[in-house]
Design a protein around this ligand. Structure first.
Ligand code: GLU
Length: 374
């Protein structure tokens, strides 16, 4: 495909990384913020809806507090985020206002996106803001997040928000021109990937391999974000935020950076929500017959096909469904808790009552409540 997918996008999520917002950690880059706000205002003028996912709270907090280096303790990072978020949002607010746009701060946590009711609330609030032509500025609520419950990096958050608001495209602005076929610092033959299919397994190798420790904001998390966004049918562009008028040029159809196309059929919203859970509390291991029934015959999951239960979960929670090699092939809303599932595993549905003393549903996970991942 030549040209940019952004041209025809109506709803766009723009993710800006910390190094761009804070000029490499030396305080907010007001000029850069201003340039993006100006471009977003112009896109709004073209009838496009834009959600901004901005990192930089922690980096800005560290700078405001006069700290020489990034602290290690969670409580200091939380404090830095709380200080820095103020500065960041204040800067955006005044810049957007100068361009005649209202902006709104929305801070999300992992739980806001996994709890179904909170997820729906977040979705309706963001959609309302977009209808009101307001630019939502989103970040993780770092002031209360701890390592165990973090979304982690804003590339992932950008993809989750893309799915949440059903945006057509995700633009990840970074300090690199895009994805290279290999690390350009090490390999002189490396070339910029301009177009690829988001599902292409080669992308992970190019980004440094699935096992590489590129950490927050590395190319690998961007590739994974593109794959995640592709599940709701959204295309992703990874490009340099330092390119002049980058958003306007993309919207005019110019191909800049790396474009990762979604070819997937869009998942229904509830299945999307299940697929987007980052951490699950447990899962069930299936025998090969049950794997086939799910993958080839489109069946529900019955207790008879379960040969193992991992972790602890309650009825109504989203659980992982894994094959005997440990690959997660699907996930779904379980009708039975982990302890109940342990008792009925390997047994036909007709024995559920004898085993538990009651039957909630004949299926462990009904097909309507299941999303296939492989
Ligand atoms: N939410 C963090 C912040 O605003 C950044 C996370 C990231 O950049 O991936 O400082």
């Amino acid at each position: 495909m030549s040209g940019s997918v952004i041209k025809h996008a109506r709803r766009i999520v723009v993710k800006v990384g910390s190094s761009l917002v804070t000029a490499g950690g030396r305080g907010l880059d007001h000029a850069a913020l201003s340039r993006w706000a100006e471009q977003i205002a112009a896109l709004a003028g073209q009838g496009k809806e834009v959600v901004l996912v901005s990192s930089g709270a922690i980096a800005e907090g560290i700078s405001r507090l006069g700290w020489k280096k990034r602290p290690k303790s969670v409580r200091e990072l939380q404090a830095a985020a709380a200080v820095g978020q103020m500065g960041m949002v204040q800067a955006y607010e005044s810049i957007f206002r100068a361009h005649g746009l209202n902006a709104a701060q929305v801070l999300l946590t992992h739980e806001d996106l996994t709890d179904r009711t909170r997820y729906l609330n977040a979705r309706s609030s963001l959609r309302t803001l977009l209808e009101l032509r307001v630019v939502p500025i989103i970040n993780e609520n770092d002031a209360i997040a701890t390592d165990e419950i973090r979304l982690g990096d804003n590339d992932t958050l950008g993809a989750l928000v893309t799915n949440l608001v059903e945006a057509n495209c995700l633009i990840i602005l970074t300090d690199q021109p895009g994805l290279y076929t290999a690390d350009p610092r090490k390999d002189p033959e490396a070339t910029l990937v301009m177009n690829a299919h988001a599902g292409d397994p080669e992308l992970e190798h190019m980004a440094g391999g699935a096992g590489s420790n590129v950490g927050t904001g590395g190319m690998l998390t961007k590739i994974q974000a593109a794959k995640r966004a592709a599940r709701s049918g959204a295309h992703t562009v990874i490009c340099s935020g330092r390119e002049e008028n980058v958003l306007l040029r993309l919207a005019a159809g110019e191909a800049i950076g790396t474009q990762l196309i979604s070819r997937q059929e869009t998942l229904a919203a509830r299945r999307q929500w299940m697929a987007d859970h980052l951490q699950l509390r447990g899962g069930v291991v299936l025998d090969n017959g049950a794997v086939r029934a799910l993958q080839e015959d489109g069946k529900s999951l019955l207790s008879v096909g379960v040969k193992g239960v991992v972790g602890e979960f309650q009825r109504g929670e989203v659980v992982a469904i894994v094959d005997s090699e440990g690959n997660e092939i699907a996930r779904g809303l379980t009708n039975y808790s982990a302890s109940e599932t342990r008792r009925i595993a390997g047994k036909p549905s007709t024995q559920i009552e004898a085993e538990l003393g009651y039957v909630d549903e004949p299926e462990l996970i009904h097909r309507d409540n299941l999303v296939m991942l492989a």
